[in-house]
Design a protein around this ligand. Structure first.
Ligand code: ZN
Length: 194
């Protein structure tokens, strides 16, 4: 298997959303997910078994969106304190994080070599934003399994952010609101020329 660097999601996550939107989105999202796999996402509820049926359901959703088969083997999930995730990045891999104005805030890492997604131990899966992080990293798993070719590492991020944004939109949320990733920041992070 080709070894690639880890994927990092960074941003200052402000997980505050307005209640009416969340309630409205709840119904839409349940319907959407039922179409694909029958699994129900209910915001506000902690995911009891994120590495099991939830992961499968998200992978099914992604497979449909990407038009690709769902990988038979899905990554394992490992939860770590935020500081340890940051250390993982600096210890094992060269930096691939595109600079941003503020201090990078590492939220998750996909490690293709270990077939592992590292999430913060504060991750509960109870918010659209939490779930979107998993969606993002799962896109990288699809890329790895299907050996998608990219012009550069930054280009790998474009599809992951696109699907993450699609997911957030189901809940009336966005990368900009939840992760302070505005269109300009996104362009920088996904362009080979930058
Ligand atoms: Zn990524």
């Amino acid at each position: 298997m080709k070894a690639i660097g880890p994927c990092l999601i960074a941003g200052a996550a402000a997980l505050v959303s307005s209640l009416p939107l969340e309630v409205q989105a709840r119904d839409e999202t349940i319907e959407r997910l039922r179409l694909g796999s029958g699994f129900e996402i209910v915001l506000g509820e902690r995911q009891p078994d994120p590495g099991g049926r939830l992961l499968e359901a998200l992978a099914t959703w992604l497979g449909a969106k990407l038009g690709q088969p769902v990988p038979t083997s899905l990554p394992r999930l490992v939860f770590k304190p935020a500081g340890q995730i940051a250390v993982l990045r600096f210890k094992q891999y060269a930096s691939e994080m595109v600079q941003q104005q503020d201090q990078p805030n590492i939220i998750s890492i996909y490690d293709a070599r270990e077939n592992t997604i590292y999430l913060r131990d504060t991750w509960s899966g109870a918010t659209a934003a939490d779930l979107s992080v998993l969606v993002h990293e799962l896109v990288h798993h699809f890329q790895e399994v299907h050996q998608t070719k990219f012009e550069c590492e930054a280009a790998r991020e474009a599809k992951a952010f696109e699907l993450q944004e699609k997911w957030l939109r189901l809940f009336g949320e966005s990368l900009e609101e939840e992760f302070q990733i505005d269109p300009f920041t996104l362009l920088i992070r996904t362009s080979c020329a930058m």
